[in-house]
Design a protein around this ligand. Structure first.
Ligand SMILES: [Zn+2]
Length: 475
């Protein structure tokens, strides 16, 4: 079970992050990110706050619509499906960005990427770190007495200069490995004798390419492929595929779907093993467990591959399953939630005050506004081999979705057009409001960013670049 120590590097950062008097943010009901500057300190924790262990499991590159839990036609997630029978499942979840670094930072801070500052433009040379006054979920929990541990497997998250390690007592870095190795380490961490509650962040890379690093898919268990994937790739599709995703000798779409679905199923098997092990442990109160993904993956739905360069549903629609011990299972379909809501919701679930810098909401609160707009952004061109489709912003209200692209605006009604084929900005009544929402959100993000301090430039060394190349992020 022990993981070879030469594969782990440990970053210890402050056990109790420095307390700052920071801007106090109040969230305007209309848009969710407006704020006012009022000097003040965080509220003290309420009496009797529960201090359950919190496990945050983030599966990189896991699109929700390829999970049987979310209605996919293949049984990719039988263990997650079973887990969800005692959990809350959010049906409409939007990632705030379509690639790892900004999206994970949003999960861990409750902020949109332009506010927390962790993003890149035009390859990785022009990267910035998290703004100095941003409070992280780990920092909030550490200041409340939690032991905070992260197990990191994505090369983007390794560089401590980015700021994602803030608030983690232990920041354990593994090379890109699959779930069984992550879970071996998780069992070691969970089994340690420590009276403090544990916040454990586990980052899984299984569904992330390259796909040929996965064990062969169990095709028999998964059954037939979706009919639409039974075709040869066009020349354009073959040429536009990033090199790292290429499967030797495979020129049909089905081979790529098979590899991806198989990787999901492999993750799910390991997840089931971990949950079964956790469910036998009775020495501590049952943990609160959240399962999310940072973004999805495109398989030519809009002419491309990979992730990061568009804001369509195949890249933004991610799962969020939350097991809150003692709460009855439910499926939440009456609200659109964002990954910026994960940190506030987890903090609220253990009855701690939500950090004032977090603009996300507790999505289970009685006063949650179901008509709140939710946003996404991207401004990168990964790999440098595709059309310059970067600098995009999107807003979603209910089933309406508006995307601002360099080529012009697009408007979709997801209730009728889930695959975003028929843009109709000239015909819909809500287009103007969506434009106003984005303008207001952008302005408020800029103002918030000013309050949170200047994001410092981050440079990558050659080893980091090589790691990023191996999963397709750099040429
Ligand atoms: Zn990712």
């Amino acid at each position: 079970m022990a993981v070879a120590t030469n594969e782990i590097s440990t970053g210890r950062v402050g056990r109790r992050p420095a307390q700052r008097t920071i801007a106090r943010l109040s969230i305007a009901a209309a848009i969710g990110v407006a704020f006012s500057l009022v000097a003040g300190c965080d509220r003290p924790a309420p009496e009797g706050a529960k201090r359950r262990d919190i496990y945050l499991l983030l599966v990189d590159t896991l699109r929700a619509d390829h999970l049987s839990l979310y209605g996919y036609g293949r049984p990719t997630s039988p263990n997650l499906d079973r887990f969800a029978e005692s959990a809350t499942v959010f049906e409409h979840v939007v990632a705030p960005a379509s690639w790892t670094l900004p999206s994970v930072a949003s999960v861990l801070t409750g902020l949109y990427p332009s506010a927390h500052g962790l993003r890149a433009r035009a390859h990785a040379e022009d990267m910035t770190a998290m703004r100095p006054a941003v409070k992280t979920l780990a920092g909030v929990l550490a200041s409340e007495g939690y032991r905070t541990v992260a197990v990191i497997t994505n090369p983007w998250l390794i560089n401590e200069e980015h700021g994602l390690a803030r608030g983690f007592e232990e920041y354990l870095r593994l090379p890109t490995v699959n779930a069984p190795r992550v879970n071996d380490l998780a069992r070691d961490i969970i089994s340690r004798s420590d009276p403090r509650p544990l916040f454990l962040y586990l980052h899984y890379m299984d569904p992330h390419g390259p796909f040929d690093r996965h064990p062969a898919s169990d095709s028999a268990a998964l059954g037939p492929l979706p009919a639409a994937s039974d075709r040869r790739l066009t020349t354009q599709e073959r040429l536009s595929m990033p090199e790292y995703l290429r499967l030797p000798g495979k020129a049909d779409l089905g081979s790529y779907i098979e590899a991806y679905d198989g990787a999901i199923r492999a993750w799910d098997q390991s997840f089931g093993d971990l949950i079964a092990w956790l469910d036998t442990r009775t020495s501590r109160p049952a943990p609160l467990i959240a399962v999310v993904a940072d973004h999805g993956e495109e398989f030519t739905e809009h002419g491309g591959w990979n992730h990061g360069e568009t804001l369509y549903e195949e890249q933004l629609f991610v799962p969020w399953v939350l097991r809150l011990p003692g709460r009855p299972p439910r499926r939440v379909s009456d609200r659109v939630v964002s990954l910026i809501d994960v940190a506030p919701t987890l903090v609220a679930a253990v009855e701690l005050p939500i950090a004032k810098t977090m603009v996300g909401s507790d999505v289970l609160a009685d006063d949650f506004d179901p008509d709140r707009p939710v946003f996404a952004e991207t401004d990168v061109r990964l790999g440098g081999i595709r059309d310059p489709r970067f600098a995009q912003r999107a807003v979603r209200r209910g089933e309406t979705k508006h995307i601002e692209k360099p080529s012009g605006p697009e408007c979709y009604d997801l209730a009728d057009d889930r695959s975003e084929r028929r843009s109709s900005c000239a015909e819909v009544s809500w287009h103007e409001r969506a434009v106003t929402d984005i303008e207001r959100w952008s302005r408020e993000n800029r103002e918030l960013a000013d309050l949170l301090g200047a994001a410092e430039a981050v440079s990558l060394d050659e080893e980091q670049r090589e790691r990023l190349r191996s999963i397709g992020y750099l040429d």
